[in-house]
Every structure is written in structure tokens, then in C-alpha cells.
Design a protein around this ligand. Structure first.
Ligand code: ARG
Length: 461
């Protein structure tokens, strides 16, 4: 049977089922590249501080580099007997470089080691996800650029409210994505702190140099408190929070795409590259992509909740419970990346706006009613009075089967003497939109300004 690294203190062997239960190698092997990088920095520091000789440090670093090559070539495949990635690497290192390999773990613990690995991993992932957010934003900008003057009904309560510029609608999602991008940058600041050198919980008797390893690994600084360093998972929770919000946004857009693709709305068609058919109903074209994004969103919320509950009762410092942080984190990362990629493709080539349908939609309803009230208010009629009057107009028009634009000038004048022939121009959809020229509004001039600004902010790094 296998000799565990810690086995000298033990007399009996570990039950095989318990060995499997205990092992994290099945998933923490994903951290191996970061584990190697962290160990190299640690070995370099041990040499530099004279805790081991420079020659020994060199041997350790060369051995670790060799493990990296073996892993990349698919030759390093540790099994359950290795327990976790940290033991697996240390064992292989000793096979490769001999007894000096056993010096690597001087002045550190797996507790500060796993914290280091996880942060290095998440740092990389955050950078990749931020780039994906930029790709998604760039598709939204391109679409918005083409659709400043395309109108779409704007809704509140999912009832037609006021027509808006389609670009304005798309730029709302650009803004959400911008916050997501910024938020991940803020999370990064707190991911980027080094727990390495905190030891198991209390620091170490060796004259290690934590500033050096922190710098070597690109961290902004070491954690101040060793207990906090090995037991803090705030950074992971913050990441799951930021991820959950990204998915809230993608899920809301998904819901709109699903509605827009329905026969009831018919605002878009799904292109063949992003839609799927039914196994039984030959006429169907299904919006599986946004449905999956909407569905996967719940899964990431679950991981956030899971991590909060994992942490809530943990006494200081390290507890094995913390091993459970990784699978949910890895799954959240994978899910966010997959959803961002799919939505970016969907928005760039998966949907086509049906402009003729959109033009009909904004012309065939009462979403210009506010503008009639505004028209009167601009002529001195108190807004509430104007509002009540237009309410009545809508009611009588509805029962007459007419739209506001169908009323004759005589009918308008009968309703209120302030109406002139310019009422028709004032309630035409293009005019209705263009008139909302307040800062941040849907007026074309505002939308063009917003687009220009968005393109500038988009270039920030
Ligand atoms: N596999 C462990 C984890 O993921 C590494 C740290 C183990 N530390 C310990 N004291 N058992 O958390």
C-alpha cells in the first residue's frame, strides 16, 4: 500500500474509500501550472535567503520545470494515491531530483500553498473573462452603431410604453457589461494578495521573505495576518458575486431575445448558426442558446450561495471544508466563460432584427400618448390635466378602432383648442423618440453622444 507523505505518525493504512473521499487530485490538478509557479517562487526565495543553498534552489526549480514539461506533454497523470496536486508535485519532484526535493516544503504549508494556487488561477481567469466582456461589448457597439434610427417599442410591465431607439436599448446592456468589467477589476485587487509564507496558520520559524515571493508572483503585497491569509475566501465569494451579476445581465438579455424571437413579437429571426430544431415539430426553430444561458445562470447563483454557506461557521484558521471551494469556483469560471462566448456569437451573427416589423410595431399602438400630453403641457396646460384628457382620448379611440394618428384636426380641436396641425408631426414615432433629448435619454442626438462616449470608455484597460 501507498506511503502517505504524513504516514510516519500513523500505524494503520487509510481505508481506500476514505482515501478517495479525502482526495482532491481529481479536480485540483487544474491548479498544477499555478502550483509549479508558486513553488518555483518559494524555492527561489529559500535560496536567496540562505535557508537552502543556491545550488539546491536551482535543482528544485529545474525539477519543477521538468514536471511542467511532463504535464504539458500529457505524461504526468497522478492518481488518487497522490491525495492532492501539492503532494503529487512534491512526490514527483523527489523522484526527479532526489532528496533535495524534500527541502521544497521548508517554511510553508499546503494551506498557504493552496491559497496561493487558487489566487494565481483566479487572477488569470479574471483577465480572460474581462477580455471576453470586452468582446461582448464590442459586438453590442457594432449593433448599436447600425441601429441608432431603428425604433423598437420600449416596455414597462411588459406593456408597450414609449418607442425608443434600438441602439439605446442595446447600449443599456453595454452599460451593464461595463460595470461587470469594472467590478471584476475591483475583485482582482483583492484576489491579487499573497498568502504564501503564512505557513499552516501562524507563520514560520525560518527567515523567509514574503515580500520577495509576493513580488516574484506579481501579487501587490502579502496578506498582513497569517491566520487571515490561510482562511480567507472572500476573494472567491466576491468573484462568484461578480460572476452572478454578469449572468443576471446575460440572462435578462437572453429573456428578451427569446421573447423577440417568438411569433407573438417577431422582432428578430434566429439565424441557422445559433438555433436548433425540434425532434417532432418540423416548423420549430428554437432559441436554445439564450435559454441555456438563462438556465446556467441559476447554477452560478447556486455556487455563490454554496460558498457563503461553506464559510459561515468556520473557525479560524484552515479547515478541510475549504477544499470544497474549488469545484464550484472552477464550474463558475467555466460557465461564465461559456455563456459570454455564446452570447457574443448570438448577438453578432445569431439574430437579425426585422426592421419592417419593428417599424410597424411602433406605429400601431398608443405608445405616443405621453407625447400628446407633453404637447399640451408645452402649450401651458398643466400636465396632470393634459394627462387626464389624453386618457379619455385613448379610451374613445380604442372603442372607435382608431389610433391617435387617425384622429382628424377637428376631432383634436374638439378635445382641446390648443391642438394645431403640428400635432401629427409631434406624435410620429421618429419625432417621439428624437424629442427625448434629455441627458441619457433615447433621443437620437443623445444616443449618438452615448455611442461616442461608450467607444472611448471601451478602450480603457
Ligand atoms: N487539498 C487541500 C485543499 O484543497 C490542500 C490543503 C490541505 N491542507 C490540510 N491541512 N489538509 O484545501
Amino acid at each position: 500500500t501507498e506511503q502517505k507523505t504524513w504516514s510516519q505518525r500513523f500505524e494503520g493504512a487509510l481505508h481506500p474509500a476514505i482515501a478517495r473521499f479525502n482526495a482532491s487530485i481529481g479536480f485540483d490538478i487544474q491548479l498544477i501550472e499555478y502550483d509549479l509557479t508558486g513553488s518555483m517562487a518559494h524555492a527561489k526565495m529559500l535560496g536567496k535567503t540562505g535557508i537552502i543553498s543556491l545550488d539546491e534552489a536551482d535543482k528544485l526549480i529545474k525539477g519543477l520545470e521538468q514536471i511542467r514539461q511532463e504535464y504539458r506533454q500529457g505524461l504526468f497523470k497522478p492518481g488518487v494515491d497522490a491525495e492532492d496536486v501539492h503532494f503529487a508535485v512534491e512526490r514527483r519532484l523527489t523522484e526527479l531530483v532526489g532528496d533535495v526535493g524534500k527541502k521544497l516544503h521548508t517554511g510553508r504549508s499546503r494551506n498557504d500553498q493552496v491559497g496561493t494556487d487558487t489566487r494565481l488561477y483566479l487572477r488569470d481567469q479574471i483577465q480572460q473573462i474581462r477580455q471576453q466582456i470586452r468582446d461582448f461589448q464590442s459586438v453590442l457597439l457594432e449593433l448599436a452603431d447600425r441601429h441608432v434610427e431603428t425604433l423598437i417599442p420600449g416596455y414597462t410591465h411588459l406593456q408597450r410604453a414609449q418607442p425608443i431607439s434600438l441602439a439605446h436599448h442595446l447600449l443599456a446592456y453595454f452599460e451593464m457589461a461595463q460595470r461587470d468589467w469594472e467590478r471584476l477589476g475591483e475583485v482582482y485587487q483583492r484576489v491579487n494578495i499573497s498568502p504564501l509564507g503564512a505557513g499552516a496558520l501562524a507563520g514560520t520559524t525560518f527567515p523567509i521573505d514574503r515580500q520577495f515571493t509576493a513580488e516574484e508572483l506579481g501579487f501587490s503585497r502579502p496578506y498582513n495576518n497569517s491566520l487571515d491569509a490561510v482562511s480567507d475566501r472572500d476573494f472567491a465569494i466576491e468573484f462568484l458575486c461578480a460572476s452572478s451579476l454578469i449572468l443576471v445581465h446575460l440572462s435578462r438579455l437572453s429573456e428578451e431575445v427569446i421573447l423577440w424571437a417568438s411569433q407573438e413579437f417577431s422582432f428578430i429571426t434566429l439565424t441557422d448558426s445559433c438555433a436548433t430544431g425540434s425532434s417532432i415539430m418540423p416548423q420549430k426553430k428554437n432559441p436554445d442558446v439564450p435559454e441555456l444561458v438563462r438556465g446556467k445562470t441559476g447554477r452560478v447563483f447556486g455556487h455563490l450561495q454554496g460558498m457563503l454557506v461553506l464559510m459561515k461557521g468556520l473557525p479560524l484558521a484552515y479547515n478541510k471544508d475549504l477544499q470544497e471551494d474549488k469545484e464550484s469556483l472552477f464550474d463558475a469560471v467555466k460557465t461564465v466563460k461559456a455563456c459570454l462566448e455564446a452570447m457574443t456569437i448570438l448577438m453578432s451573427e445569431g439574430i437579425k432584427f426585422r426592421e419592417e416589423r419593428l417599424a410597424e410595431a411602433v406605429a400601431e399602438d398608443f405608445s405616443n400618448a405621453t407625447d400628446v400630453a407633453d404637447y399640451l403641457a408645452a402649450k401651458g396646460v398643466p400636465f396632470r390635466e393634459a394627462y387626464n384628457l389624453v386618457g379619455k382620448v385613448v379610451k374613445t379611440s380604442l372603442s372607435a378602432g382608431k389610433l391617435l394618428k387617425d384622429l382628424t384636426l377637428e376631432e383634436w380641436k374638439e378635445l382641446h383648442p390648443a391642438f394645431e396641425s403640428d400635432i401629427y408631426a409631434a406624435i410620429a414615432p421618429k419625432q417621439v423618440v428624437s424629442a427625448r433629448n434629455s441627458y441619457g435619454g433615447t433621443g437620437f442626438e443623445q444616443v449618438r453622444k452615448a455611442l461616442t462616449e461608450a467607444k472611448i470608455r471601451f478602450k480603457e484597460v
